[in-house]
Design a protein around this ligand. Structure first.
Ligand code: URA
Length: 238
């Protein structure tokens, strides 16, 4: 049986980065295979071959960590920011493993953010083919009309094409604002804000409350918790 695997896959399995990021490292020459600079497409078996990233040897079977953060508004979803804005690293000071976020939330969006060093699971959750549901609690100015509701649920034309059907739940309104939960099955950049804008509404607050089978629940803003084993099992089945 072929034991050799693509190097970007090995790097992702070891929990250092996503496959995509590992490919970038390979093309930047930061990865070696048995003392030669690795090329995209190279395969290796960690039992026989020595693969290093920035000179540090890759070992099989690192501990996998799955963490949930309730990201507050005002933090960027990266681990370092060239513009010097506060990052989510601020909430991860007690964590030894190098984790990376599964997807993004905008600076002004709060709520559920999954972080892991399991590059394979992260890639699966982010792949559009799997249509992982993400639910956002949305507040918009004004009363959400039934026409706008229909458009949001059937699909809205954005610059990058028609959105997939979405779901609206728990809609309520006051004279000035409307609140609702919007579940989308894609992960385009600023998608919820752009969808609302396209049907004539401006989002005044946005919070992700659910992703796949995982609920934010009452996790306080800025706090983290490890995924429970039942949550992780279900997530891996998706
Ligand atoms: N949609 C948005 O507009 N922003 C987010 O952060 C997530 C989804």
């Amino acid at each position: 049986m072929e034991q050799k695997q693509r190097i970007q896959k090995l790097i992702a399995q070891a929990g250092l980065a996503s496959r995509r990021q590992a490919e970038i490292w390979i093309s930047q020459g930061r990865v070696t295979l048995n003392a030669n600079v690795a090329k995209l497409g190279d395969r290796a078996d960690l039992n026989e071959d020595r693969v290093c990233v920035d000179g540090k040897e890759l070992t099989a079977g690192q501990k996998k960590v799955y963490l949930l953060l309730n990201k507050p508004v005002g933090y960027v979803t990266t681990l370092s920011d060239p513009q010097g804005r506060p990052t989510i690293l601020h909430f991860l000071t007690d964590i030894d493993e190098r984790l990376f976020p599964v997807g993004r939330l905008d600076l002004n969006t709060e709520g559920l953010l999954l972080l892991t060093n399991d590059g394979d699971l992260a890639a699966r959750l982010l792949h559009p083919r799997h249509k992982i549901p993400k639910t956002y609690r949305v507040k918009v100015s004004g009363q959400l009309s039934s026409v706008a509701q229909q458009k949001l649920t059937r699909g809205v034309e954005l610059e990058d094409g028609l959105t997939a059907p979405a779901k609206i739940e728990h809609l309520r309104s006051s004279p000035r604002n409307s609140w609702f939960d919007l579940t989308i099955f894609e992960g385009r950049n600023r998608q919820v804000r752009r969808m609302c804008r396209a049907v004539g509404y401006s989002v005044s607050s946005l919070k992700r409350v659910r992703m796949a089978n995982i609920e934010l629940g009452n996790l306080a803003s800025g706090k983290t918790r490890m995924l429970r084993s039942d949550e992780l099992e279900n997530l891996k089945k998706m």
